[in-house]
Write a protein that binds this ligand. Structure first.
Ligand code: ATP
Ligand code: MG
Length: 429
């Protein structure tokens, strides 16, 4: 079946879905295949659970008038999203970067939704499946779309841009993340800059942080709208006031008091203010939107347990965000403990990067350091204030939060380390 025909059927459905457990009535189900599953086998149950159609690519499952057999389900999902994006004909803002994409996306969405009917990536659905699903979640009522794009290798962002065809783009930063696939920070810069190339080629607009020299250098030939701390170098001026305990900034004579911690969140907030300004959201609405936003999902959340304060940043970690989080912890007052878990996907650089974090952490004004994971455990630690554990289970045997009071904890590690499990240990105390 041709893609325009599938699109006509899709418009009669309420949504696109790839998981029978979350299927909603009248959805179009895409029977994707993975290393451990074959979605085709679920087509029948998807229809039983209310799906209007199931897109499949294995003819043995073509058993119902509601199944649509195609050559490749993933390619069809991507082609349908591309077709739908053109049909929508709305401004799309794309976001990528090594750190802070989801936070910035949510802040931008909070700001723009004060004036527009927006639709943004749900959670972290930012890859070759998530981006198509995000686009398919938008409809003719959507006035602005905000799409997060993630990548762990070259050409990925270029590919996602051919699907989402963004009119605007913002790269949060170029850091040490997914080095396994990108090879080096230069690889990260090249990979993320694929978004700039797409926007420049199509004469679109790039939002830039005028204080970031890489962003400036890579957008010399582009239409840009910039934010920074001076009027002379940027379109709008946003000043950093403080990050203690939460990020505060000044924009158009208004102080904005966010509920986000860490200097690094200043750039994320500033980007959202700048984009709000560009789309003519009034200053009071921008301020209210930023001030009301609270992070979720273990991203720089503050949790109070008795007299202890936990900065729960266990959602993910890489060398850049680990460094930013440690520098932020150092600035806190009182007793400080960092509990850090391994950083994944660092390829051949894993040993060096873990050692660097240990060396940085031990040099900072932090009272106690706990390193968990096989990589940290293999590293050299030469400091009385530090301990290392091979696994979370080993750490758990040792850790007794009832002995700790009036302390600020930073809890951070890669997703696979699931360090949010530490919160339950505090509950027992
Ligand atoms: P993912 O690659 O998993 O999608 P992401 O880029 O969407 O991550 P967020 O989920 O917004 O990033 O933030 C994850 C963590 O990255 C935060 O909790 C914080 O530790 C760190 N972080 C956020 N913004 C920045 C930034 N601008 N610079 C450095 N680190 C940041
Ligand atoms: Mg994300």
């Amino acid at each position: 079946m041709k893609i325009d025909k599938i699109h006509q059927l899709f418009l009669q459905c309420h949504s696109a879905c790839t998981d029978t457990r979350t299927i909603v009535k009248n959805a179009m189900f895409f029977a994707l295949k993975g290393p451990n599953f074959n979605g085709n086998a679920y087509a029948e149950s998807a229809i039983k659970n209310g799906a209007a159609y199931a897109i499949i690519d294995d003819k043995t499952y073509n058993t119902s008038p509601q199944t649509i057999l195609v050559k490749d389900v993933l390619e069809t999902l991507q082609a349908l999203a591309t077709f739908h994006r053109t049909y929508l004909n709305i401004p799309i803002i794309a976001l990528t970067g090594s750190n802070g994409k989801t936070t910035t996306k949510e802040l931008i969405n909070a700001v723009l939704s004060r004036k527009y009917n927006t639709s943004a990536t749900l959670g972290n659905l930012n890859n070759h499946i998530g981006v198509p699903l995000t686009l398919l979640s938008m409809d003719k009522n959507t006035e602005i779309g905000i799409v997060e794009m993630g990548a762990n290798h070259l050409k990925e962002i270029a590919f996602l841009c051919t699907i989402a065809k963004p009119d605007y783009g913002y790269i949060t930063n170029f850091g040490k993340a997914h080095l396994e696939g990108f090879g080096s920070v230069e690889g990260v810069i090249l990979g993320k800059s694929e978004m700039y190339s797409h926007l420049i080629k199509n004469n679109k607009t790039i939002f830039i942080n005028a204080n970031d020299s890489i962003q400036i250098k890579r957008t010399i030939k582009a239409n840009t709208f910039s934010f920074g701390n001076t009027h002379s170098s940027s379109n709008i001026k946003i000043d950093f006031i403080s990050a203690l305990p939460y990020v505060k900034c000044l924009y158009n004579n208004k102080e904005i008091h966010s509920q986000l911690i860490g200097d690094y969140n200043f750039n994320n907030i500033a980007a959202a203010i700048a984009i709000g300004n560009y789309f003519k959201v009034d200053d009071t609405s921008i301020k209210t939107a930023i001030e009301n936003y609270t992070p979720t999902n273990n991203r720089s959340q503050i949790i109070l347990k008795g007299t202890n304060q936990i900065i729960l940043d266990a959602y993910n970690a890489n060398p850049t965000s680990m460094q930013a989080a440690l520098l932020n912890l150092e600035k806190q007052s009182g007793s400080k403990t960092a509990i850090l878990g391994d950083m994944f996907e660092l390829g051949a650089g894993a040993a060096t990067e873990h050692q660097r974090i240990i060396d940085l952490a031990t040099s900072l004004n932090i009272d106690r350091l706990i390193f968990i994971g096989e990589n940290f455990n293999r590293s050299k630690i030469d400091s009385k204030k530090a301990m290392k554990f091979k696994s979370f289970i080993d750490f758990k045997k040792y850790f007794d939060p009832s002995l700790m009071n009036d302390t600020t904890f930073l809890v951070k590690g890669s997703r696979g380390m699931a360090l949010e499990r530490i919160i339950a240990l505090f509950n027992v105390a």
